[in-house]
Design a protein around this ligand. Structure first.
Ligand code: PEP
Length: 251
């Protein structure tokens, strides 16, 4: 069964006090029981506090990135073991901002994926085309390459720990959302790629999230599409009411 997931990527926002307040609000207002897995991804320095604060709730705390090496002379970086040692067992990899501003390539991401899976982390693997790719009708090719080069080398059992997040770069933080039909078209394409390359069972079980300017007023329509299993939310995840309205949009 595909899991329904709504994940908030807080990016480089919220100091420790703001993180605490936002989490308090989410904990106080979140639905008591929901089939939706709720994930929040604060910045590294606030992860430990977020894990402590959400202990006993059904909120999952994720990291926004990690290094591919297990340890070593990589000043300023954070390893998989460090995340695990504070009970962070989910990591976002391949976000378009990491690809664009920090030079993360498909092959580097393949290494990060390997390290995360080796240590049994759940990976929210992000990918998506840029505006020029869509305008030149190259968007399916770009997405296919990102998946083939970054992810399709993993073993069948590793797919249990993969969540896909299709995020067209032109829709991230721009206020411009893919139409529900555009999202469905790409998600169906991705699921078909999984079917052909990994098998029917994995294609049927893997959650594919949509990300890109999801807001309370457009979430339920996007989420109603058959191959959309939830969302990765940037801006709107920084306000508890908006984030939870989006969670409630996932039925
Ligand atoms: C994101 O950064 O993953 C994202 C989807 O951002 P936004 O919702 O702000 O477009």
């Amino acid at each position: 069964m595909r899991k329904k997931i709504v994940a908030g990527n807080w990016k480089m926002n919220n100091d420790s006090q703001q993180t605490k307040v936002l989490l308090d609000e989410i904990l106080a207002k979140k639905p008591g029981s929901t089939p939706v897995k709720i994930v929040v991804a604060p910045t590294f320095v606030n992860l430990q506090a977020a894990v402590n604060q959400t202990n006993g709730s059904n909120i999952i705390v994720a990291a926004q990135n990690m290094h591919q090496a297990e340890s070593g002379a990589y000043t300023g970086e954070v390893s998989v073991g460090m995340l695990k040692s504070i009970n962070v067992n989910t990591v976002i990899l391949g976000h378009s901002e990491r690809r664009a501003y920090f030079g993360e390539t498909n092959s580097l991401l393949a290494e990060k994926v390997n390290t995360a899976l080796k240590h049994n982390l759940t990976v929210i693997f992000c990918f998506g085309e840029e505006l020029a790719d869509r305008q030149s009708s190259n968007h399916f090719n770009v997405v296919e390459s990102q998946l083939r080069e970054g992810l399709f080398h993993i073993t069948e059992s590793d797919w249990q720990n993969i969540v896909l997040a299709y995020e067209p770069v032109w829709a991230i933080g721009t206020g411009e959302t893919a139409t529900p039909e555009q999202a469905q078209e790409m998600h169906a394409f991705i699921r078909n790629l999984l079917r052909e390359n990994v098998g029917e069972a994995i294609a049927g079980q893997t959650s594919i999230l949509y990300g890109g300017s999801v807001k309370p007023d457009n979430a339920s329509e996007i989420f109603s599409k058959p191959d959309v299993d939830g969302g990765l939310i940037g801006g709107a995840s920084l306000k508890a009411d908006d984030f939870l309205a989006i969670v409630n949009g996932m039925k």
